[in-house]
Design a protein around this ligand. Structure first.
Ligand code: HEC
Length: 179
């Protein structure tokens, strides 16, 4: 029995691998070009519309309100009070930043809206005085929403998306402040 000793030349083998590689890369590109945009799905498995774009006029309005009303505590451009990570003797924290370095983006629109309208106190001392003043009497609904839009303009896309998903999982703000 004779066996062919002719070998497949190495260069041809190399060319074949190269060809397959180009073919695969081509398929991958086609797939990314034609695949529908990824759908956002929140923690409840509910698909939600894409991240909304921010209205530049709302950002500007929010920034203006911020600089005149909030910056004295939270710092210019939302950088936070100096040493905002260090609690005082009562274990209360100084005003945190609202830019990407803080934790404002961890909370849904409802939580932020109600914090601005109703103020914040030490959660462990329900009858203690407000640590963050309530602005419900001086800012209206549109003002508070403009502030939220301004904050969103300070976050990376990734953090914006995180905060947007938390908002889609939450309920709308209460219509009146808690008693
Ligand atoms: C008198 C100082 C002061 C002013 C003025 C002030 N804040 Fe605050 N704010 C605080 C303090 C202090 C906290 C932290 C409260 C806590 O954690 O106990 C806070 C917390 C917050 C939080 C919660 C952030 C988080 O991640 O938990 C938001 C939102 C907020 N402020 C928005 C505003 C906005 C918007 C304005 C202006 C309309 C404003 N603040 C004006 C002192 C202030």
């Amino acid at each position: 029995m004779t066996r062919s000793t002719k070998k497949f030349p190495a260069w041809a083998f190399g060319a074949l691998i190269f060809f397959l590689f180009v073919l695969l890369a081509g398929c991958a590109t086609l797939q990314t070009n034609f695949a529908p945009p990824p759908t956002l799905v929140n923690q409840y498995g509910t698909p939600v519309p894409p991240l909304p774009t921010l209205d530049a006029a709302q950002v500007a309005r929010g920034k203006q309100i911020y600089q005149t009303t909030c910056a004295r505590c939270h710092g210019e451009n939302g950088v936070g009070a100096p040493n905002w990570k260090i609690p005082d003797a009562n274990l209360n924290y100084p005003p945190p930043p609202h830019n990407d370095t803080g934790h404002t983006w961890h909370h849904s629109d409802r939580v932020l809206y109600e914090a601005i309208r109703d103020g914040l106190r030490d959660p462990l001392k329900p009858n203690s005085e407000l640590r963050m003043p309530a602005f419900g009497n001086t800012l209206n609904d549109a003002d508070i929403n403009a502030l939220l839009t301004y904050f969103k303009s300070l976050w990376t896309n990734e953090h914006r998306e995180f905060q947007y998903l938390r908002t889609t999982e939450d309920v709308p703000p209460t219509t009146t402040p808690a008693p």
